[in-house]
Design a protein around this ligand. Structure first.
Ligand code: ADP
Ligand code: ZN
Length: 719
C-alpha cells in the first residue's frame, strides 16, 4: 500500500479529517474484516468504502437499490478521480460492453450494481473472475422485513458469503432500530463484523416547531427569506401537495410536486430537476424519500404533523448532508391531531391502533413539550444528549418562552376529577369554557364547580392546555375508555399545588428564528461560484453537488483562495478537482477580489485552517518550482505553458506565488512576456484603476489576457 489512508483522504477527497467512525470502518475493511455500520444520513458512508476500494488491490462491488441514483454516485466518484462504473438496465449495450471490458482488465476500483443484477447467475460468474476484494452494501436495511423499505431482491445477497468466501462484506444503513440491525447481520451472514453505531445527532440541523395558522402564506414567507436555498416541503396528502405546489408556483416560486400519483417518468423528471438545482423546492408526500442524494438541501419544512418520530427524523435528515447548517421547521396545529386520530380509528387491528396512538402521542409530545427538540429526537432512539443547551433548536435559543400555567392546568384537572375521569378532551374543554352543549346538560355538568371557570378563554385555548398536560405526562388518555382523560401522580401534584406547570409560547417577533447560516462568508461571491457550478454541471450533465458541495463553495467564499496551495486546502478540493476546476474558480475569486477590495480587507487576517496539509502559503509547490526552473532559463509564460501542457493562467499563478514568497526575485518580466504587452497592461491598470480584470480585458479589446494582467500586477506589487 503506497498511500496511507490519511494521504488518500486528503488527496482524493480533499478532506482534512475523518468524520466520526469513518476511520475505524475504513481500517476494518482494509484489515479484510466484515463491517456493519449504522450511520445517520449525511454521516459520510460512501467514503467508508470508496477509500478502501481505491487503496486495496482488486474490485469493490457496491450493491445499491436505487438505479436512478447510481449514475450520480458513479459520476461523483469519477469526479474525485476514482475508477468507477455501474451496471444496470439503463445502460446502453455499447457502454455495457465497455464496463465488462474494464472488469476483465481489472481496471476498476468500484462497480455499482443493483441487487437484481447480483441475483443473475451469469453475473456472479463474471464477478468470480474479477478479483473482488470486498462488497459494500448500501441501504442494507432493505434486506430486513422489519425495516421500512424491505426489498425481496436484497435476499439474494445472503449468497455472497458462499459465492465469495474470501471477499469482505461491509454493510451500511441509516435505519436506527436495533431489531433491524440484528436482522441484517444474520441475513447477510456477517462473520464477526466490526460493529459501529454512530450518534444520531445531526448538529448542523436547526429544529423548530411553529404554530400553523395560514400554512401557504407561512411557507411563502419562509421561501422569500431564503431565496437562494433549495429544500423540501412535506405534506401528507396528494391533494395538499398539489395545492401547495400550485400556490407557490402562482407566487413565482420554482416549485414542483412529487407524490405516488405521478407517473414514474414524471417523478424521475421532477427529482432530477431538483437534484440539478433547476427548481428551488419540491412539495412532496413521504413518497419522496430514499431517492434524494442531494447534499445541499438547506431546509425541510413539514406542513403537517408527521405520523411518527422515525419518519420525522428520516425526513428532516435529508437536510444538510454536506454538514452545513440547515433548517427543519414543523408547522403544527391541533387540527392535525384530530385528522391523524381519525385515520387511526379506521385501523382494524387493535394492536396496530395502539402503536399508532402511541406514536402520535410521541409526536405531539415533541411538538408541545418544553424540552430541547434535539434531546427529544435523540431520546426517541434511546440516545441521551448530555449538553444542557444544544443552541440549535428553538427551545434552546429561547425563541419560545415559558409561561406559568399552573392555574389553568388546575381548572382542567379539577373538571376531570369532578366529572369522574370518564370524559375526553373535547368535553372537558367544554366544561371549563362553559359551553352549552346537550352532553353537558345530559350529565348535569353545568352544575359542577368548575363549569365556566375558564370563560375568559376560548375552547381552543383549553384544548392546548390539555395537550400540554398530556405532553408533560400530567394526564393520560385511557385507551380502553374512549380516550377518557385521567390524572397521573404528577398531575395530582399540580392539582394540589405541590408543583407548578409551564407551557411554551412563541416569543413576539421571534417566530423567524435566528441562526446565521452564513458565518462570515461573502454571499455575493458564493452566488457567483454557485452559478459557475451550475453552468459546469449542465455542461457535464451531472448534478451540481458532484462538482463541489455547498460547504466547499462557502469555504471559498470565506477564504478567497486564489492560489493552488490555498485552493487545495479548501475542504472538498482533492487533486482531481483541483486540476479540473481549480483555474475556473480561482479566476472568479480573483476577479471578485479586484472588484471588492473592501471584502478582501475584511478577511485580511483569515487563514484557511490546515490540519493535515503541511504546505504553507510561503512554501512553493513542486509544479511551481518547475515553472521557476524554466522561467530562470528565460522561457516566456506562453512557452512554459506550451511545454508543460498547462494553462497560461496556471503559469501566471505560479509566477505570482514565486514573487510573493521571494523565490522569484531573480525573474525578469520582459523575458516572461512581450514588453509591448507589459506596457499595455500597465497603462490599463493606471487608466482603469479599481476596475475588474474582466472589464480591463474588455477595455483592451481582448488584447491582454488574465495571465498577462496577473503577471504584471505581481511584479508591480513586488517593488
Ligand atoms: P451518507 O451516504 O452517509 O448519507 P455521504 O456519503 O453522501 O453520506 O456524505 C455526505 C456528505 O459528507 C458528502 O457531501 C461528503 O462529501 C461529505 N463528507 C464525507 N466524509 C467527509 C469528511 N471526512 N469530511 C468532510 N466532508 C465529508
Ligand atoms: Zn435544543
Amino acid at each position: 500500500m503506497s498511500e496511507t489512508m490519511h494521504e488518500a483522504l486528503h488527496r482524493i477527497f480533499g478532506f482534512q479529517q475523518f468524520r466520526p467512525n469513518q476511520e475505524e470502518i475504513v481500517s476494518a475493511i482494509l484489515d479484510k474484516r466484515d463491517a456493519f455500520a449504522v450511520m445517520p444520513t449525511g454521516g459520510g458512508k460512501s467514503l467508508c468504502y470508496q477509500l478502501p476500494a481505491h487503496l486495496m488491490e482488486g474490485l469493490c462491488v457496491v450493491i445499491s437499490p436505487l438505479i436512478s441514483l447510481m449514475k450520480d454516485q458513479v459520476d461523483a466518484a469519477k469526479a474525485n478521480g476514482l475508477d468507477a462504473e455501474f451496471l444496470n438496465s439503463t445502460l446502453a449495450p455499447k457502454d455495457r460492453a465497455r464496463v465488462y471490458q474494464a472488469l476483465e482488465n481489472y481496471q476498476l476500483d468500484l462497480l455499482y450494481v443493483s441487487p437484481e443484477r447480483f441475483a443473475m447467475p451469469d453475473f456472479i460468474a463474471t464477478l468470480k473472475q474479477a478479483k473482488v476484494s470486498f462488497f459494500a452494501i448500501d441501504e442494507a436495511h432493505c434486506i430486513s422485513e422489519w425495516g421500512h423499505d424491505f426489498r425481496p431482491d436484497y435476499l439474494s445477497l445472503a449468497n455472497i458469503v458462499t459465492h465469495f468466501p474470501k471477499a469482505g462484506i461491509a454493510a451500511f444503513t441509516a435505519t436506527a432500530t436495533h431489531k433491524v440491525s440484528d436482522d441484517i447481520i444474520t441475513k447477510l451472514g456477517l462473520r464477526d463484523p466490526y460493529l459501529t453505531r454512530a450518534s444520531f445527532d445531526r448538529p448542523n440541523l436547526f429544529y423548530q416547531v411553529l404554530p400553523k395558522d395560514n400554512l401557504d402564506i407561512q411557507l411563502l414567507e419562509f421561501l422569500h427569506e431564503h431565496p437562494n436555498e433549495s429544500g423540501i416541503i412535506y405534506r401528507t396528502t396528494r391533494k395538499s401537495v398539489e395545492a401547495t405546489a400550485d400556490f407557490l408556483k402562482e407566487q413565482g416560486v420554482k416549485a414542483l410536486a412529487y407524490h405516488a400519483g405521478l407517473t414514474p417518468v414524471q417523478r424521475k423528471k421532477n427529482q432530477e430537476q431538483f437534484n440539478r438545482d433547476q427548481v428551488q423546492v419540491v412539495v412532496a408526500t413521504i413518497a419522496f424519500g430514499m431517492g434524494i442524494d442531494k447534499s445541499n438541501v438547506r431546509f425541510v419544512l413539514h406542513g403537517d404533523l408527521p405520523k411518527n418520530m422515525e419518519g420525522y427524523y428520516q425526513e428532516t435528515g435529508r437536510a444538510g448532508r454536506d454538514g452545513e447548517p440547515a433548517r427543519c421547521q414543523l408547522y403544527f396545529s391541533r387540527s392535525d391531531i384530530v385528522r391523524i386520530r381519525y385515520f387511526i380509528e379506521q385501523t382494524e387491528d387493535p394492536n396496530e391502533r395502539k402503536i399508532a396512538e402511541q406514536q402520535l402521542f410521541q409526536m405531539v409530545q415533541f411538538a408541545e413539550a418544553n424540552v430541547c427538540r434535539r434531546k427529544a429526537v435523540l431520546g426517541y432512539f434511546g440516545e441521551s444528549y448530555e449538553k444542557e443547551n444544544c443552541s440549535t433548536c428553538d427551545i434552546c435559543v429561547g425563541d419560545v418562552e415559558r409561561v406559568d400555567a399552573t392555574v389553568p392546568a388546575q381548572k382542567i384537572m379539577s373538571a376531570i376529577q369532578r366529572s369522574g375521569q370518564k370524559f375526553g378532551a373535547v368535553h372537558i374543554a367544554d366544561i371549563v369554557a362553559g359551553a352549552k352543549t346537550a352532553r353537558i346538560r345530559q350529565f348535569g355538568h353545568d352544575q359542577l364547580k368548575t363549569y365556566g371557570a375558564g370563560k375568559d378563554q376560548d375552547k381552543k385555548y383549553w384544548r392546548r392546555i390539555i395537550d400540554a398536560l398530556l405532553a408533560q405526562e400530567c394526564l393520560v388518555q385511557n385507551a380502553d375508555q374512549y380516550s377518557a382523560l385521567e390524572l397521573t401522580p404528577k398531575g395530582k401534584q399540580v392539582l394540589f399545588g405541590k408543583r407548578t406547570f409551564e407551557t411554551i409560547r412563541q416569543k413576539e417577533g421571534k417566530a423567524k428564528a435566528s441562526m446565521s447560516t452564513t458565518g462570515d462568508y461573502s454571499p455575493k461571491l458564493f452566488e457567483q461560484l454557485r452559478a459557475e457550478r451550475k453552468r459546469l454541471a449542465q455542461e457535464e450533465g451531472v448534478p451540481p453537488f458532484v462538482i463541489f458541495s455547498d460547504r466547499t463553495l462557502r469555504e471559498m467564499a470565506l477564504y478567497f483562495p486564489d492560489t493552488e496551495e490555498e485552493m487545495s486546502n479548501i475542504s472538498g478540493v482533492g487533486a482531481a478537482k483541483l486540476a479540473k476546476y481549480g483555474d475556473t474558480f480561482m479566476t472568479i475569486i480573483e476577479m471578485f477580489k479586484l472588484m471588492h477590495p473592501g471584502e478582501v480587507e475584511k478577511r485580511a487576517l483569515l487563514r484557511i485552517p490546515t490540519t493535515a496539509k503541511k504546505t504553507r502559503k510561503t512554501k512553493i509547490s513542486q509544479t511551481a518550482r518547475e515553472t521557476l526552473k524554466m522561467a530562470e532559463q528565460g522561457f516566456s509564460v506562453e512557452a512554459i505553458a506550451a511545454v508543460r501542457d498547462i494553462s497560461e493562467g496556471t503559469v501566471s499563478q505560479h509566477i505570482q506565488a514565486l514573487l510573493e514568497s521571494g523565490q522569484g526575485a531573480k525573474l525578469d518580466i520582459d523575458q516572461l512576456m512581450e514588453p509591448e504587452t507589459r506596457i499595455l497592461c500597465e497603462e490599463l491598470f493606471n487608466r482603469l484603476s479599481g476596475a475588474s480584470m474582466r472589464s480591463i480585458i474588455e477595455a483592451s479589446g481582448n488584447r491582454v489576457t488574465m495571465a498577462d494582467l496577473r503577471v504584471v500586477r505581481a511584479f508591480a506589487q513586488k517593488t
